[in-house]
Design a protein around this ligand. Structure first.
Ligand SMILES: [Zn+2]
Length: 206
């Protein structure tokens, strides 16, 4: 059963607690928005989704439908149970940060996915002294044979969505990426809103 959807405003972050068996559907309302995504265990915040373990588990550098997102302890945290987008969600590049925007010659404070991650967890009493690598939903970063990466606008269309099912009790953090210097959030360099909804009673893997 779907609960009412919510809007996550452009450049903002949110933390959503999911019990095992619940899922979250993340909709790319305009098609052009990247969503940096993390999972942190409810029971122990030092168990979090690890992109290096996830790549090893799936034998893939992308997370696609039916693939798992696993923790730093190699336990399944999430499963991507549906994906209407062209897929190829990035696991390689780090979340944007205040330092990155300084290096891009932004003047003054620029919102970042790193800040969104920590700000979203604060009301839940969760503080981490580091920022895990993010699963970058809808982020279009092809990897060339020589290992080079290219930052392209998302290939997703308006209304495309991804659904992630919780395989344990987790806090999912979403950041509607504020990047407006590179074309990673669309050729017009404009961060936009996304939508999300919690779904109850999804069958779990085991
Ligand atoms: Zn970002």
């Amino acid at each position: 059963m779907d609960r009412p959807g919510q809007i996550l405003q452009a450049s903002q972050g949110v933390a959503v607690t999911l019990r095992r068996g619940q899922a979250i559907r993340i909709e790319n309302v305009h098609g052009s928005q990247v969503v940096d995504t993390w999972a942190v265990s409810v029971d122990d915040p030092l168990e979090y989704a690890s992109m290096e373990h996830t790549r090893s588990w799936n034998s893939s550098i992308f997370v696609e439908e039916s693939m798992a997102v696993v923790s730093i302890r190699r336990r399944q945290m999430l499963t991507m149970i549906a994906d209407s987008s062209p897929g190829r969600h990035d696991t390689q590049l780090c979340p944007c940060s205040a330092e990155l925007y300084e290096q891009l010659n932004c003047h003054g404070r620029h919102r970042s996915c790193t800040d969104n991650f920590h700000e979203a967890l604060t009301p839940l009493g969760v503080r981490l002294s580091f920022t895990p690598a993010s699963l970058n939903l809808f982020m279009n970063v092809p990897i060339a044979e020589d290992g080079g990466v290219t930052r392209l606008p998302p290939a997703s269309r308006a209304g495309d969505s991804v659904t992630l099912r919780a395989e344990m009790d987790v806090i999912v953090v979403l950041s509607a990426c504020p990047q407006d210097i590179t074309p990673i959030n669309g050729a017009d360099h404009t961060p936009r809103d996304i939508a999300f909804a919690v779904i109850d009673d999804c069958q779990t893997r085991n």
